[in-house]
Design a protein around this ligand. Structure first.
Ligand code: IPE
Ligand code: IPE
Ligand code: MG
Length: 254
């Protein structure tokens, strides 16, 4: 007979062992699958987005507790404006709600909030809430939470190109001096090391315009788990898998 409750090694299944001395410094997450989660349950999409905010809360806590220094979460892309207007306004409303509900705990736990993206293109209440959260948490050092909002990798690269071209045109920059490091310093992520690990829930094998420059050598981890179901245990598994990989950066193991 089919054994519905197979004996499991509880410790091995539920507590993957991470090596705290080799943690990824920067973890990036494409928070995807909220719509499918809601559809599966026959509930409005906004409930999927709301449940996704819970996942972020859990993952942020885990990162702060574990010693991950940077978490970048893709929350709204430059392409997401194509969605129905009520969905966009629900998402913006949830952002304001998330920031106002979480700010105290985030601040108490040493989390610094930063945004990446063309954030001045957000509705003014969302933009103001974001700026206030950045300002309030700017001295925190334990974990930096980068929220990618109105973010597009191609737009980020274009804006950097425009900025550098403008400086060159004004005679303040020698085009020959533009190298990878100077270019990286013109991106939204200036001063932030590239992600070590990129997690994509909801099973799509694509980048959806996220961090195109920065992920050149990032390790990818894709799971069918929908973002609203994603919890610290999934992140822990991703880190265990990451720690089993050999990163070569185009070189050869000595
Ligand atoms: C991610 O969930 C949230 C945003 C893109 C803002 P989706 O809403 O894209 O969920 P699916 O892909 O439809 O399941
Ligand atoms: C990527 O998810 C953007 C965010 C999670 C914010 P999408 O749902 O927009 O990506 P596609 O359309 O499936 O590529
Ligand atoms: Mg999606």
């Amino acid at each position: 007979m089919f054994n519905r409750k197979p004996h499991r090694n509880k410790r091995a299944v539920e507590e993957p062992q991470i090596d705290k001395s080799r943690l990824p410094v920067h973890v990036a997450i494409i928070m995807d699958g909220n719509g499918r989660w809601a559809k599966q349950r026959g509930v409005p999409k906004v409930m999927g987005h709301r449940a996704g905010a819970e996942s972020l809360r859990d993952v942020v806590r885990y990162c702060a507790e574990t010693g991950i220094l940077i978490l970048t979460a893709y929350a709204f892309s430059t392409e997401n404006w194509k969605r129905p207007q009520d969905e966009v306004s629900n998402l913006m409303g949830l952002l304001v709600e998330y920031l106002s509900k979480e700010i105290q705990e985030l601040n108490d736990n040493g989390v610094r909030i930063k945004s990446i993206g063309q954030v001045d293109g957000l509705p003014s209440d969302a933009y103001e809430a974001l700026m206030a959260a950045e300002d309030k948490t700017k001295e925190n050092k334990r974990l930096t939470l980068n929220l990618a909002l109105n973010y597009g990798g191609r737009l980020e690269i274009l804006e950097a190109v425009r900025k550098l071209a403008h400086e060159a045109h004004e005679g303040r920059l020698d085009p020959a001096s533009i190298d990878e490091s100077l270019f990286a310093s013109a991106l939204y992520t200036a001063g932030i090391p590239d992600p070590d690990l990129l997690i994509r829930p909801a099973g799509e094998f694509r980048l959806s315009n996220f961090l195109l420059w920065q992920i050149a050598y990032t390790e990818l981890w894709i799971t069918p788990v929908l973002w609203p179901d994603f919890r610290r245990s999934h992140l822990e598994q991703a880190i265990v898998d990451y720690q089993c990989r050999e990163r070569r950066f185009g070189g050869r193991k000595s």
